[in-house]
Design a protein around this ligand. Sequence first.
Ligand code: NAD
Length: 371
Amino acid sequence: VKIAVLKETRANEKRVAMVPSVADKLSKLGAEIHMQAGAGTAVKLADAAFKNVKFSADPLELVRDADVVLSVQPPEAAVVDAMKPGAILISFVYAHKEADLTRLLRDRRITSLAMELVPRISRAQAMDALSSQATLSGYYAALLGATHLARILPMMTTAVGSIRPARTLVMGLGVAGLQALATARRLGAMTEGYDVRPETKEQAESLGAKFVDTGVDARGAGGYARELTPEEKDKIASVVTKHIQQADMIITTAAIPGRPSPKLINRAQVDGMKAGSVIVDLAAEGGGNCEYTQPGETIQVGQVTIVAPLNVPSLLGEHASELYAKNQFNLIELFLKEGAIQLDWADEIIAKTALTHDGKIVNEAAQKVVG
Ligand code: NAD
């Protein structure tokens, strides 16, 4: 079985879908690993760091006879065109943003396993790249916010008196939000969290944070949140505004699958924030959680700084690559048996992660969007 690993080509993408320890483990499973030259250099992994791996400079050459192709971002169309029919692609795809590529994968009869489709079930946790990358983003958001403040996070007793700890509010307590809460707390901040799924109250409290209870329950399908009604939005604003305006640092992470980022902070709320406060908007990729957010930019609105970084995991590329490569390894282990590929379509993980197979788009949601 030949596994090919691509060098990422998209702007600001430093990650790589292979690290030396995973290459070793795949070799032991009987796979032959081929990588594109320089694939790891952006995260300081020189080609020489990989043992038992063959390198080639040309990505088209690399994938031509590969049984499995690995990358982080979806590959370029020319690469898919060069793959052999029946080969397996494993990467993030995001079909709703990549309609043409999804149709190409279908028409080229590629079996694509889309990392964003890995089901959120216990057995798949070790394959869940959304979670591994979101954890890193949440951590980074707390650090980024801290460096944009002109004050410190912890309480500090000095010869000239005590400094009060900074107040941090995290809005959206999924994987990233909980890690942001934990990190801000470790840095000494007073932490508060808010979400529209009531089960997050206990999770926030277990991290030493206060839960801002709005009384709204917007649990949707599959453990995700649903969109709010105008009445719910008003009810939330009446509770949350005070917390927004008392905060020194706000980290927002809210997302609804397949929808633009919900707006959690409106302009008037920002205008009433404390001078010198900072919002880190982790939802910038989907348009942002704050009405003022400009994805990819750091802006000043009055005395408030709004930071909206894109592709945050790539900024922690070394660990992001390591966790991502391990997630992919655990997925590959499901179907690489005794040196051969055996996809078990009765396995929920394979069935749900598959986007295209055998000339068809097999994911229902993607079918509707892509056609
Ligand atoms: P996500 O990135 O989809 O969303 C982030 C958070 O934003 C969520 O907690 C969501 O409730 C919240 N949100 C949405 N709209 C909001 C609003 N208007 N106001 C406030 N908050 C809002 O979430 P995620 O990190 O991908 O996690 C989604 C779910 O999957 C969670 O229930 C999580 O516990 C679960 N999960 C399960 C597993 C597993 O069992 N293997 C693994 C990872 C995540």
